[in-house]
Design a binder for this molecule. Structure first.
Ligand code: GSH
Length: 119
């Protein structure tokens, strides 16, 4: 029996949004596990740090026992696993380099926006 991919999720997180977006585009069924990010700070709990992400950040996915953190890493994983046509994560080295470039740019933008909102 296969288990649904689990996304540890918070609706207002821009990084979680990126993952939800690609899951939708790839039509991957998943279970969203709500994280009490604010005010509960559940992402800083001992259990979360030990089992999911020692950095205390979301998003995190669990896929059949495989735990992966960081939106950019998760996007690459999902595209590699679920997009047989290689549209989202192409094999061509130049295109792949450009994907990495834009993922880094998006990470930078999201970090700035998230920090502003948290403050
Ligand atoms: N580079 C990480 C950053 C993740 C991140 O900063 N997530 C925010 C929510 S959008 C968070 O969990 N912040 C809590 C913290 O950094 O303490 C990623 O892309 O997933």
């Amino acid at each position: 029996m296969t288990t649904l991919l689990r996304l540890h999720d918070y609706p207002l997180s821009g990084n979680c949004f990126k993952v939800r977006q690609l899951l939708a585009w790839l039509a991957v069924p998943y279970e969203a596990v709500p994280v009490d990010f604010y005010p509960g700070r559940a992402h800083k709990s001992a259990a979360f740090l030990a089992q999911l992400n020692p950095l205390g950040q979301i998003p995190v996915i669990e896929d059949e026992g495989f735990v992966l953190r960081d939106a950019q890493a998760i996007l690459v994983y999902l595209a590699s696993r679920h997009d047989a046509r290689r549209r989202w994560y192409p094999d061509d080295p130049k295109l792949r380099g450009q994907v990495a470039m834009w993922l880094a740019t998006a990470d930078e933008i999201t970090r700035t926006a998230s920090a502003a909102r948290l403050h």
